[in-house]
Design a protein. Structure first.
Length: 424
Protein backbone atom coordinates (compact mmCIF):
# COMPACT_ATOMS: atom_id res chain seq x y z
CA UNK A 1 0.00 0.00 0.00
CA UNK A 2 1.38 3.42 -0.94
CA UNK A 3 2.42 5.84 1.81
CA UNK A 4 -0.07 8.51 2.77
CA UNK A 5 1.07 11.94 1.48
CA UNK A 6 -0.39 14.62 3.74
CA UNK A 7 1.17 17.50 1.80
CA UNK A 8 -0.53 16.42 -1.42
CA UNK A 9 -3.87 16.16 0.40
CA UNK A 10 -3.62 19.67 1.83
CA UNK A 11 -2.53 21.01 -1.55
CA UNK A 12 -5.64 19.60 -3.23
CA UNK A 13 -7.82 20.94 -0.38
CA UNK A 14 -6.39 24.43 -0.81
CA UNK A 15 -7.00 24.24 -4.55
CA UNK A 16 -10.62 23.20 -3.96
CA UNK A 17 -11.09 26.10 -1.47
CA UNK A 18 -9.71 28.58 -4.00
CA UNK A 19 -12.10 27.23 -6.65
CA UNK A 20 -15.00 27.67 -4.26
CA UNK A 21 -13.96 31.24 -3.46
CA UNK A 22 -13.69 32.10 -7.16
CA UNK A 23 -17.30 30.89 -7.61
CA UNK A 24 -19.97 33.59 -7.42
CA UNK A 25 -23.09 33.71 -5.22
CA UNK A 26 -25.08 31.79 -7.90
CA UNK A 27 -22.55 28.98 -8.09
CA UNK A 28 -20.87 30.31 -11.27
CA UNK A 29 -17.14 30.89 -11.50
CA UNK A 30 -16.11 34.52 -11.53
CA UNK A 31 -14.16 35.55 -14.58
CA UNK A 32 -14.63 32.20 -16.32
CA UNK A 33 -17.13 31.16 -18.94
CA UNK A 34 -19.39 28.20 -18.52
CA UNK A 35 -18.41 25.01 -20.18
CA UNK A 36 -20.32 23.90 -23.21
CA UNK A 37 -23.36 21.90 -22.29
CA UNK A 38 -23.69 22.79 -18.55
CA UNK A 39 -22.70 24.87 -15.50
CA UNK A 40 -19.75 24.42 -13.20
CA UNK A 41 -20.04 21.50 -10.82
CA UNK A 42 -18.82 21.15 -7.26
CA UNK A 43 -15.68 19.02 -6.90
CA UNK A 44 -16.11 15.40 -5.89
CA UNK A 45 -13.52 13.67 -3.73
CA UNK A 46 -13.04 9.92 -4.29
CA UNK A 47 -10.61 7.45 -2.69
CA UNK A 48 -9.46 4.51 -4.81
CA UNK A 49 -8.49 1.03 -3.64
CA UNK A 50 -4.88 2.02 -3.03
CA UNK A 51 -5.84 4.92 -0.78
CA UNK A 52 -5.12 7.71 -3.26
CA UNK A 53 -7.48 10.69 -3.10
CA UNK A 54 -8.73 12.29 -6.30
CA UNK A 55 -10.65 15.56 -6.49
CA UNK A 56 -12.79 15.57 -9.67
CA UNK A 57 -13.99 18.94 -10.99
CA UNK A 58 -16.51 17.45 -13.44
CA UNK A 59 -16.12 18.59 -17.04
CA UNK A 60 -13.01 20.64 -16.08
CA UNK A 61 -11.20 17.59 -14.73
CA UNK A 62 -7.88 16.96 -16.46
CA UNK A 63 -8.46 13.21 -16.64
CA UNK A 64 -11.81 13.36 -18.54
CA UNK A 65 -11.88 11.43 -21.87
CA UNK A 66 -14.54 10.64 -24.51
CA UNK A 67 -15.55 6.96 -24.76
CA UNK A 68 -17.26 5.03 -27.58
CA UNK A 69 -20.77 5.96 -26.38
CA UNK A 70 -19.96 9.71 -26.66
CA UNK A 71 -19.81 10.11 -22.88
CA UNK A 72 -17.19 12.20 -21.04
CA UNK A 73 -15.84 9.90 -18.32
CA UNK A 74 -13.29 10.65 -15.63
CA UNK A 75 -10.39 8.24 -16.03
CA UNK A 76 -9.66 7.98 -12.29
CA UNK A 77 -13.06 8.03 -10.56
CA UNK A 78 -15.06 6.53 -13.48
CA UNK A 79 -17.83 9.17 -13.21
CA UNK A 80 -19.79 10.26 -16.28
CA UNK A 81 -19.52 14.03 -16.22
CA UNK A 82 -21.20 14.88 -19.55
CA UNK A 83 -22.39 13.78 -22.97
CA UNK A 84 -21.16 14.70 -26.43
CA UNK A 85 -24.01 15.65 -28.78
CA UNK A 86 -22.34 15.75 -32.16
CA UNK A 87 -24.03 15.12 -35.51
CA UNK A 88 -22.33 12.72 -37.89
CA UNK A 89 -21.13 14.64 -40.89
CA UNK A 90 -22.50 13.43 -44.22
CA UNK A 91 -20.82 15.16 -47.17
CA UNK A 92 -23.77 14.37 -49.46
CA UNK A 93 -26.34 16.05 -47.23
CA UNK A 94 -27.13 19.58 -48.36
CA UNK A 95 -29.75 20.42 -45.75
CA UNK A 96 -32.75 19.75 -47.99
CA UNK A 97 -35.00 16.66 -48.08
CA UNK A 98 -34.26 14.62 -51.20
CA UNK A 99 -37.25 12.22 -50.85
CA UNK A 100 -40.72 12.75 -52.30
CA UNK A 101 -44.13 12.23 -50.72
CA UNK A 102 -45.76 11.80 -54.11
CA UNK A 103 -46.66 8.06 -54.60
CA UNK A 104 -46.45 8.43 -58.39
CA UNK A 105 -42.69 8.96 -58.11
CA UNK A 106 -42.11 5.46 -56.70
CA UNK A 107 -45.18 3.54 -57.95
CA UNK A 108 -43.53 2.06 -61.02
CA UNK A 109 -40.58 0.51 -59.21
CA UNK A 110 -41.20 -3.20 -58.43
CA UNK A 111 -40.33 -4.79 -55.11
CA UNK A 112 -36.64 -5.62 -55.16
CA UNK A 113 -35.83 -3.33 -58.07
CA UNK A 114 -35.73 -3.89 -61.79
CA UNK A 115 -34.46 -7.21 -63.14
CA UNK A 116 -33.02 -8.01 -66.52
CA UNK A 117 -35.48 -9.42 -69.07
CA UNK A 118 -34.90 -12.98 -70.24
CA UNK A 119 -33.38 -13.41 -73.68
CA UNK A 120 -36.05 -15.40 -75.54
CA UNK A 121 -33.87 -16.03 -78.60
CA UNK A 122 -31.13 -17.61 -76.48
CA UNK A 123 -33.74 -19.74 -74.70
CA UNK A 124 -35.13 -20.94 -78.06
CA UNK A 125 -31.65 -21.90 -79.30
CA UNK A 126 -30.95 -23.84 -76.08
CA UNK A 127 -34.27 -25.71 -76.38
CA UNK A 128 -33.57 -26.62 -80.02
CA UNK A 129 -30.14 -28.02 -79.13
CA UNK A 130 -31.37 -30.02 -76.16
CA UNK A 131 -34.15 -31.58 -78.26
CA UNK A 132 -31.57 -33.52 -80.36
CA UNK A 133 -30.09 -35.09 -77.20
CA UNK A 134 -33.41 -36.56 -75.98
CA UNK A 135 -34.08 -40.21 -76.96
CA UNK A 136 -37.45 -41.77 -77.66
CA UNK A 137 -37.19 -43.96 -74.55
CA UNK A 138 -37.16 -40.92 -72.28
CA UNK A 139 -40.37 -39.53 -73.73
CA UNK A 140 -43.45 -40.55 -71.70
CA UNK A 141 -46.49 -41.15 -73.92
CA UNK A 142 -49.43 -38.97 -73.05
CA UNK A 143 -52.72 -40.81 -72.39
CA UNK A 144 -55.21 -40.36 -75.19
CA UNK A 145 -58.68 -39.11 -74.46
CA UNK A 146 -61.43 -41.68 -74.45
CA UNK A 147 -64.05 -41.06 -77.11
CA UNK A 148 -67.36 -39.82 -75.90
CA UNK A 149 -70.09 -42.36 -75.21
CA UNK A 150 -72.34 -43.34 -78.03
CA UNK A 151 -75.34 -41.72 -76.40
CA UNK A 152 -76.72 -38.89 -78.45
CA UNK A 153 -76.40 -35.44 -76.99
CA UNK A 154 -79.57 -33.75 -75.87
CA UNK A 155 -80.97 -31.53 -78.60
CA UNK A 156 -82.05 -28.09 -77.60
CA UNK A 157 -85.32 -26.63 -78.72
CA UNK A 158 -88.41 -28.33 -80.06
CA UNK A 159 -88.13 -31.76 -81.70
CA UNK A 160 -89.20 -32.55 -85.21
CA UNK A 161 -92.36 -34.51 -85.95
CA UNK A 162 -90.58 -37.78 -86.76
CA UNK A 163 -88.06 -37.55 -83.85
CA UNK A 164 -88.41 -39.16 -80.45
CA UNK A 165 -86.94 -37.71 -77.28
CA UNK A 166 -83.86 -39.57 -76.04
CA UNK A 167 -82.80 -39.03 -72.42
CA UNK A 168 -79.04 -38.66 -72.07
CA UNK A 169 -77.45 -41.27 -69.84
CA UNK A 170 -74.97 -39.76 -67.42
CA UNK A 171 -72.25 -42.12 -66.20
CA UNK A 172 -72.50 -42.78 -62.47
CA UNK A 173 -69.47 -41.94 -60.41
CA UNK A 174 -68.56 -44.38 -57.67
CA UNK A 175 -68.47 -42.56 -54.36
CA UNK A 176 -66.79 -43.79 -51.26
CA UNK A 177 -69.31 -44.17 -48.47
CA UNK A 178 -68.44 -42.63 -45.13
CA UNK A 179 -70.56 -45.25 -43.38
CA UNK A 180 -67.95 -47.93 -44.03
CA UNK A 181 -65.10 -46.25 -42.12
CA UNK A 182 -65.54 -46.36 -38.35
CA UNK A 183 -62.36 -44.84 -37.04
CA UNK A 184 -62.00 -43.30 -33.62
CA UNK A 185 -62.10 -39.79 -35.06
CA UNK A 186 -65.25 -40.55 -37.06
CA UNK A 187 -67.03 -41.91 -33.98
CA UNK A 188 -65.92 -38.89 -31.93
CA UNK A 189 -67.28 -36.51 -34.59
CA UNK A 190 -70.63 -38.35 -34.61
CA UNK A 191 -70.80 -38.16 -30.81
CA UNK A 192 -70.06 -34.42 -30.95
CA UNK A 193 -72.82 -33.91 -33.52
CA UNK A 194 -75.20 -35.95 -31.36
CA UNK A 195 -74.39 -33.64 -28.43
CA UNK A 196 -75.29 -30.67 -30.63
CA UNK A 197 -78.68 -32.21 -31.48
CA UNK A 198 -79.36 -32.94 -27.79
CA UNK A 199 -78.47 -29.39 -26.73
CA UNK A 200 -80.75 -27.89 -29.39
CA UNK A 201 -83.75 -30.14 -28.73
CA UNK A 202 -83.79 -30.29 -24.94
CA UNK A 203 -85.57 -27.21 -23.61
CA UNK A 204 -84.87 -27.03 -19.91
CA UNK A 205 -84.22 -24.26 -17.43
CA UNK A 206 -81.19 -24.53 -15.19
CA UNK A 207 -83.28 -23.51 -12.16
CA UNK A 208 -87.03 -23.99 -11.90
CA UNK A 209 -88.40 -21.13 -9.78
CA UNK A 210 -90.60 -22.17 -6.89
CA UNK A 211 -94.06 -20.59 -6.69
CA UNK A 212 -94.00 -17.46 -4.54
CA UNK A 213 -96.89 -17.37 -2.09
CA UNK A 214 -97.43 -15.74 1.26
CA UNK A 215 -96.81 -18.23 4.08
CA UNK A 216 -99.97 -19.40 5.82
CA UNK A 217 -100.41 -19.14 9.58
CA UNK A 218 -100.87 -22.69 10.91
CA UNK A 219 -102.99 -21.34 13.78
CA UNK A 220 -105.70 -20.31 11.32
CA UNK A 221 -106.14 -24.00 10.41
CA UNK A 222 -107.06 -24.85 14.05
CA UNK A 223 -110.76 -24.47 14.88
CA UNK A 224 -110.06 -24.21 18.61
CA UNK A 225 -108.00 -21.05 17.92
CA UNK A 226 -110.30 -19.39 15.39
CA UNK A 227 -113.62 -19.96 17.22
CA UNK A 228 -112.76 -18.10 20.50
CA UNK A 229 -111.17 -15.31 18.46
CA UNK A 230 -114.38 -14.86 16.44
CA UNK A 231 -116.53 -14.90 19.59
CA UNK A 232 -114.36 -12.24 21.26
CA UNK A 233 -114.66 -9.97 18.22
CA UNK A 234 -118.45 -10.46 18.22
CA UNK A 235 -118.74 -9.69 21.95
CA UNK A 236 -116.58 -6.55 21.48
CA UNK A 237 -118.79 -5.36 18.61
CA UNK A 238 -121.90 -5.89 20.75
CA UNK A 239 -120.32 -3.97 23.66
CA UNK A 240 -119.57 -1.02 21.35
CA UNK A 241 -123.16 -1.08 20.07
CA UNK A 242 -122.31 -1.93 16.47
CA UNK A 243 -124.22 -5.27 16.56
CA UNK A 244 -127.14 -6.74 18.52
CA UNK A 245 -126.64 -9.69 20.82
CA UNK A 246 -128.95 -12.52 19.63
CA UNK A 247 -128.74 -16.27 19.07
CA UNK A 248 -128.99 -16.13 15.23
CA UNK A 249 -125.97 -13.85 14.86
CA UNK A 250 -124.00 -16.04 17.27
CA UNK A 251 -124.80 -19.11 15.17
CA UNK A 252 -123.70 -17.31 11.99
CA UNK A 253 -120.38 -16.37 13.63
CA UNK A 254 -119.69 -20.02 14.50
CA UNK A 255 -120.62 -21.18 10.97
CA UNK A 256 -118.32 -18.60 9.35
CA UNK A 257 -115.48 -19.64 11.68
CA UNK A 258 -115.87 -23.27 10.56
CA UNK A 259 -115.90 -22.24 6.85
CA UNK A 260 -112.80 -20.07 7.31
CA UNK A 261 -110.84 -22.93 8.91
CA UNK A 262 -111.93 -25.31 6.13
CA UNK A 263 -110.78 -22.84 3.42
CA UNK A 264 -107.38 -22.36 5.11
CA UNK A 265 -106.84 -26.12 5.27
CA UNK A 266 -107.71 -26.50 1.55
CA UNK A 267 -105.34 -23.68 0.60
CA UNK A 268 -102.51 -25.27 2.63
CA UNK A 269 -103.09 -28.63 0.90
CA UNK A 270 -103.01 -26.95 -2.53
CA UNK A 271 -99.72 -25.20 -1.75
CA UNK A 272 -98.25 -28.50 -0.58
CA UNK A 273 -99.20 -30.17 -3.88
CA UNK A 274 -97.71 -27.31 -5.92
CA UNK A 275 -94.46 -27.50 -3.95
CA UNK A 276 -94.25 -31.27 -4.55
CA UNK A 277 -94.86 -30.79 -8.29
CA UNK A 278 -92.19 -28.07 -8.47
CA UNK A 279 -89.72 -30.32 -6.63
CA UNK A 280 -90.46 -33.17 -9.03
CA UNK A 281 -89.94 -30.83 -11.97
CA UNK A 282 -86.64 -29.65 -10.52
CA UNK A 283 -85.52 -33.27 -10.18
CA UNK A 284 -86.45 -33.97 -13.81
CA UNK A 285 -84.52 -30.90 -14.91
CA UNK A 286 -81.56 -32.13 -12.90
CA UNK A 287 -81.61 -35.44 -14.78
CA UNK A 288 -81.82 -33.64 -18.11
CA UNK A 289 -79.00 -31.26 -17.23
CA UNK A 290 -76.68 -34.05 -16.09
CA UNK A 291 -73.60 -34.29 -18.31
CA UNK A 292 -73.28 -38.04 -17.71
CA UNK A 293 -76.85 -38.63 -18.89
CA UNK A 294 -76.23 -36.62 -22.06
CA UNK A 295 -72.99 -38.50 -22.76
CA UNK A 296 -74.77 -41.84 -22.42
CA UNK A 297 -77.56 -40.62 -24.67
CA UNK A 298 -75.08 -39.50 -27.34
CA UNK A 299 -73.28 -42.88 -27.17
CA UNK A 300 -76.62 -44.67 -27.56
CA UNK A 301 -77.43 -42.63 -30.67
CA UNK A 302 -74.03 -43.40 -32.24
CA UNK A 303 -74.35 -47.13 -31.47
CA UNK A 304 -77.81 -47.31 -33.07
CA UNK A 305 -76.54 -45.38 -36.11
CA UNK A 306 -73.65 -47.82 -36.58
CA UNK A 307 -76.06 -50.76 -36.30
CA UNK A 308 -78.49 -49.16 -38.77
CA UNK A 309 -75.70 -48.58 -41.31
CA UNK A 310 -75.11 -52.35 -41.44
CA UNK A 311 -78.73 -53.19 -42.26
CA UNK A 312 -80.03 -53.90 -45.73
CA UNK A 313 -82.11 -50.74 -45.88
CA UNK A 314 -79.12 -48.44 -45.46
CA UNK A 315 -76.92 -50.45 -47.80
CA UNK A 316 -79.42 -50.42 -50.65
CA UNK A 317 -80.96 -46.96 -50.15
CA UNK A 318 -79.90 -43.96 -52.20
CA UNK A 319 -77.09 -41.90 -50.88
CA UNK A 320 -78.33 -38.87 -48.96
CA UNK A 321 -81.79 -40.28 -48.24
CA UNK A 322 -80.86 -40.97 -44.60
CA UNK A 323 -78.70 -38.58 -42.61
CA UNK A 324 -77.44 -38.57 -39.05
CA UNK A 325 -79.13 -35.47 -37.64
CA UNK A 326 -82.73 -36.56 -38.40
CA UNK A 327 -81.78 -40.03 -37.14
CA UNK A 328 -80.56 -38.55 -33.82
CA UNK A 329 -83.73 -36.44 -33.51
CA UNK A 330 -85.84 -39.56 -34.14
CA UNK A 331 -84.00 -41.43 -31.36
CA UNK A 332 -84.71 -38.57 -28.94
CA UNK A 333 -88.42 -38.55 -29.78
CA UNK A 334 -88.47 -42.35 -29.40
CA UNK A 335 -87.83 -41.80 -25.68
CA UNK A 336 -91.56 -41.13 -25.30
CA UNK A 337 -92.69 -44.68 -26.14
CA UNK A 338 -89.43 -46.63 -26.43
CA UNK A 339 -88.05 -48.72 -29.29
CA UNK A 340 -88.16 -52.52 -29.23
CA UNK A 341 -86.79 -55.19 -31.57
CA UNK A 342 -88.76 -58.13 -32.93
CA UNK A 343 -87.46 -60.43 -30.17
CA UNK A 344 -88.57 -57.99 -27.45
CA UNK A 345 -85.17 -56.41 -26.78
CA UNK A 346 -85.48 -52.77 -25.70
CA UNK A 347 -83.10 -50.73 -27.86
CA UNK A 348 -84.33 -47.30 -26.70
CA UNK A 349 -85.96 -47.12 -23.24
CA UNK A 350 -89.05 -45.04 -22.56
CA UNK A 351 -87.89 -42.17 -20.33
CA UNK A 352 -90.61 -39.67 -19.57
CA UNK A 353 -88.17 -37.60 -17.45
CA UNK A 354 -86.23 -36.73 -20.63
CA UNK A 355 -89.05 -36.80 -23.17
CA UNK A 356 -91.03 -34.09 -21.36
CA UNK A 357 -88.27 -31.57 -22.21
CA UNK A 358 -88.56 -32.13 -25.96
CA UNK A 359 -90.35 -29.30 -27.81
CA UNK A 360 -93.97 -29.96 -28.65
CA UNK A 361 -95.82 -28.79 -31.74
CA UNK A 362 -96.12 -24.97 -31.84
CA UNK A 363 -94.32 -24.66 -28.52
CA UNK A 364 -93.76 -21.06 -27.44
CA UNK A 365 -90.39 -21.85 -25.81
CA UNK A 366 -89.00 -23.64 -28.88
CA UNK A 367 -86.20 -22.17 -30.98
CA UNK A 368 -85.72 -22.12 -34.76
CA UNK A 369 -83.09 -24.89 -34.64
CA UNK A 370 -85.33 -27.02 -32.40
CA UNK A 371 -88.28 -26.59 -34.77
CA UNK A 372 -86.14 -27.68 -37.73
CA UNK A 373 -84.95 -30.80 -35.90
CA UNK A 374 -88.48 -31.53 -34.73
CA UNK A 375 -89.80 -31.42 -38.30
CA UNK A 376 -87.07 -33.81 -39.47
CA UNK A 377 -87.49 -36.23 -36.55
CA UNK A 378 -90.31 -38.05 -38.38
CA UNK A 379 -87.93 -38.89 -41.21
CA UNK A 380 -85.42 -40.18 -38.64
CA UNK A 381 -88.05 -42.41 -37.00
CA UNK A 382 -88.94 -43.82 -40.44
CA UNK A 383 -85.27 -44.60 -41.07
CA UNK A 384 -85.01 -46.42 -37.74
CA UNK A 385 -88.13 -48.53 -38.35
CA UNK A 386 -87.16 -49.41 -41.93
CA UNK A 387 -83.63 -50.38 -40.95
CA UNK A 388 -84.90 -52.66 -38.16
CA UNK A 389 -87.49 -54.21 -40.46
CA UNK A 390 -84.86 -54.92 -43.13
CA UNK A 391 -82.89 -57.16 -40.74
CA UNK A 392 -85.48 -59.91 -41.32
CA UNK A 393 -84.60 -59.88 -45.04
CA UNK A 394 -80.91 -60.56 -44.34
CA UNK A 395 -79.25 -63.93 -43.80
CA UNK A 396 -78.09 -64.78 -40.25
CA UNK A 397 -74.46 -64.28 -41.26
CA UNK A 398 -75.19 -60.85 -42.74
CA UNK A 399 -77.35 -59.78 -39.78
CA UNK A 400 -74.89 -60.88 -37.09
CA UNK A 401 -72.80 -57.62 -36.94
CA UNK A 402 -75.91 -55.46 -36.85
CA UNK A 403 -77.55 -57.60 -34.13
CA UNK A 404 -74.40 -57.50 -32.04
CA UNK A 405 -74.34 -53.68 -32.18
CA UNK A 406 -78.06 -53.58 -31.33
CA UNK A 407 -77.47 -55.74 -28.25
CA UNK A 408 -74.69 -53.36 -27.18
CA UNK A 409 -77.08 -50.44 -27.67
CA UNK A 410 -79.69 -52.25 -25.54
CA UNK A 411 -77.18 -52.56 -22.69
CA UNK A 412 -76.36 -48.86 -23.02
CA UNK A 413 -80.09 -48.05 -22.91
CA UNK A 414 -80.52 -50.06 -19.69
CA UNK A 415 -77.59 -48.21 -18.11
CA UNK A 416 -79.11 -44.90 -19.28
CA UNK A 417 -82.41 -45.77 -17.59
CA UNK A 418 -80.58 -46.50 -14.34
CA UNK A 419 -78.66 -43.20 -14.48
CA UNK A 420 -81.82 -41.20 -15.11
CA UNK A 421 -83.54 -42.89 -12.15
CA UNK A 422 -80.56 -42.02 -9.93
CA UNK A 423 -80.59 -38.36 -10.95
CA UNK A 424 -84.38 -38.16 -10.58
Amino acid sequence: MAAFDADELFRQADEARREEERAGPDGESEGEDEDEGGCAEEPTITVDATGDIHVCFGPRCAHVALDRENNWVCGISGRVVGNEYAREQDPSWTGRCTGSANPDDSAGTPVGGWSKRRDMYAASVAAFRSAHAVSDAEVTPQPTRQPASGAAAAKRGALCVDETEVEPQQPKRPRASRRDSWTRDAIAKLAQEAHGVIDKLFIVQATVPAPKRAPLDPRLQNLEFVRPLALRRYVKACGEGRQALDLDTLTDVLIHANDFVRAQRALAAQQLQEAAAAAKKRKASKACLSGQVRNLLAQLIVSLWRAACLTKHFQTAKRGSDSFRPFAAGILYSLKRGLYLTDGTCAVPALDELAKHLPALRSASSTAAAKQLQSSSHRGICSIQRSLASIAEMTPEEARPAMQLLRDAARQGAFLREMVSRNS
